[in-house]
Design a protein around this ligand. Structure first.
Ligand code: PRP
Length: 178
């Protein structure tokens, strides 16, 4: 059976909706950073497709880096403790940094990253997230560019996984138990 048309997947955002919205975000970012150069920092692994598409929608000099973090280490989720599994390749000093996330849920990961990046003396640090689940927020955190606010449902696809599966779906779907 096709992986892309499983009966337990209900399409929430089609590939076309995602494409159109990313073009809009790219134009907005291009205007707002006019005259500047930008470092996109993709947060592995979920942000890979969004980072790849957003990168190509920004008409400015852009550098690219990635960071990998473990969600919550050994501590409890609400502690907000995050561990860096793969750090950035280069210094952030003096750079305009745009953190690229697939989803902001509790906000704990992003809060940690923003604090960490600001301490590395970036000139500015902003955030682009394809999906935002505001109902789940534990830590208030400013998301500068949001693709789509979504309801509190379990979503997969376009980078988001369930047990490492479904990241390759070209759309975002709600995963219903079989
Ligand atoms: C997801 C997502 C964010 C984080 C958001 O990553 O990519 O980094 O969770 O959740 P929060 O707002 O509750 O902190 P995940 O840990 O699933 O890793 P992955 O991207 O490798 O799948």
């Amino acid at each position: 059976m096709s992986e892309f048309t499983q009966p337990n997947l209900r399409v929430l955002l089609s590939a076309e909706q995602i494409r159109v919205r990313i073009q809009e975000l790219g134009r907005q970012i291009t205007e707002e950073y006019a005259g500047k150069s930008l470092l996109l920092v993709g947060v592995l692994k979920g942000a890979i497709p969004f980072t790849a598409d957003l990168l190509r929608a920004i008409d400015l000099p852009v550098q690219l880096d990635f960071i990998a973090v473990s969600s919550y280490g050994a501590s409890t989720k609400s502690s907000g403790e995050v561990r860096i599994l793969k750090d950035l390749d280069a210094s952030l000093k003096g750079l305009h940094v745009l953190v690229v996330e697939d989803i902001v849920d509790t906000g704990l990961t992003l809060t940690y990253l923003l604090d960490n990046f600001r301490r590395r003396e970036a000139e500015s640090v902003r955030v682009a997230a394809l999906l935002d689940k505001p109902e789940r927020r534990i830590k208030e955190v400013a998301v500068d560019y949001v693709g789509f606010p979504i309801p509190n449902e379990f979503v997969v696809g376009y980078g988001l996984d369930y047990a490492e599966r479904y990241r390759n779906l070209p759309y975002v779907a709600v995963l219903n138990p079989e």
